[in-house]
Design a protein around this ligand. Sequence first.
Ligand SMILES: [Mn+2]
Length: 481
Amino acid sequence: MRCLAVCHSELVIRTLAQVLPPSFDVDFLVESRPLARRLHDAGLAVAAGDPRKTETYLKADLSANTCVIVEDGGRKSPTRILQALRDAGGALVYLMGMPTGKATAGNGKQNEQLRAKYPELAFLPLADLIAAPLITEISRSMTRARVQQFQRYFNDADKVLILLHNDPDPDAMASGLALRNLLRRTKATAIIGAFQGVTRPENLRMVNLLDIHVDPITSADLAGFDRIAMVDVQPHYFAGLIDKVDLVIDHHPAQTGYSAVFRDIRPDYGSTCTILTEHLRAVDVNISERTATAMLYAIKSDTLFFNRQANAVDLDAFSYLYPLADAAMIRKMEGTELTFDRLEYVTRAQQTGSTTEQVFCAFLGRTPREDFIPYVADFFLQVEDVKWTMISGIVGDTLVVSVRNLGYTRNAGEMVRKLFAEVGSAGGHRAMAKAVMPLHAFREKYGLFSDDAINLTIKNLALQYLREHAASDRKKDAPKS
Ligand SMILES: [Mn+2]
C-alpha cells in the first residue's frame, strides 16, 4: 500500500518512518526545503512542495488508493491542504494531531466543521495514540517504586506470615503464592496461613492439583512472625484480632480501623491476583508455571470468567499470565462442581422452595458446610424464569442467606444490607450478596420457631423490598410535572 505523509515536524516524520511497516511504502511531503534535505540525507523518501496546492499531489502521483496522513499541528487550519488533496483525487485521508471533541475548545469546533465538510476524513488524535502505553509505563514505574519499598521492608525478616481469609478461595491462595514469589521467599521463610482451612470441594481440588500448603494458624501463633502480610482480605475481617499489619493487598472496598505499613487496595480490580500480576511485572520477577496457573485460575474464578466486576486490567493480567500457565491443569481444576452431597441440597431446596414474581426462595435447614448455600443459590439462578434466588440455611448457630440475581437494575448487596444489616453482617455486590446473622437474633426480631416460618419471613421481606424498590424506580422514571 502506498502512503503519503504530509508533515512538518521532524519528530512525527521520524516516528512514522519507524512505526509504519515496509509494506506501507511511505513517502513524505514537507514544505521546508532544509528539512527535506536533512531527512533525505538520513535515508528517508522525502519530497519538498507546497501542501496547499493540488499540483503538488498530482506530481506525487496521488491516487484514490493512496493512504494520506496529514499532520495537524493545531495552529493553522488544515482546510486548504484537505481541499487540495480532494481536488487531486485523494480519498483515504487521515488527520493526525490535536485531539478531537470538546476537551480542546478551539479545536473541537474546527474538527466539527472539518467533519461536516470532509465526511470521509478520519481523525487520529496523537493523544489517543500515545495515552495507553504512556499511562501503563508511568503506572508501572510507580508500582515498581512501591513494590521495591515493601520488598526491602520484608528483606530482613526471618519469618513471614502471609495470612488469608477463612476457607481460602483460589484468589486468596494464588495471591499468597504470588506474594511469596514477589518477596523472593520459600515455604520455609514465608508461611501461607489461615485461621480456618479450605473446605469447598473445588478449592480443595486446586490445593491438591497445585500442591498448595495453607498452614492452620491460631491467634497465639501471630507473635512468632516478624512480619505479617494479608492478601485478598483486610484486618477488620479478623474482628479485632489483628489491628496492625505490615502489608495489605486487596481488591475489596477499603476498610478503616487498622494500621498498615504498606497497603495496596484497589476495589475496582476484579481480583487480588490482578494487582499482584502488576507487582510481579513491575519488578520483573519470574512467575513459575504453578503460580501463573493458580493466578490465572483465580482471576477466572473471582470474575466468574469476566462476568462480574472485571475490567481492562483483569483482561490484561489474564492475557499476560495465559502463556505462562498450564491451561490443561486449569480445565482439570474446574472439573464439574456437582457432587452428590450438593445435589442433596439442590433437591432439598426444590422441595422447600417456591418461586413468586421470579424470586426463588428456599430454606435448607441445618447444613454442615456453608458453601452448600451459595452453591444452591447459583444453581437455581440457571432455572428458566428465575431472576432472583434467596437461599437460607443454618450453619452452627448462625443463619446464612445467599442472594443472587440476574437483574440489571437492582442491587443484591443493597438489598441484604437494608434487610439484614440490623440483625447481623450483610453485604455484597450487584449480582451476589450474603447475610450472616446469629440465629437467636433473627428469631428474637421476628419471633419465629419453625423452619417454614423462617423461609416465609425471608421471602416476604424480599418481595416487599423488591416491590417497594420497583415502585420507587417507577417514581424516579416518571416525568416531572
Ligand atoms: Mn478475591
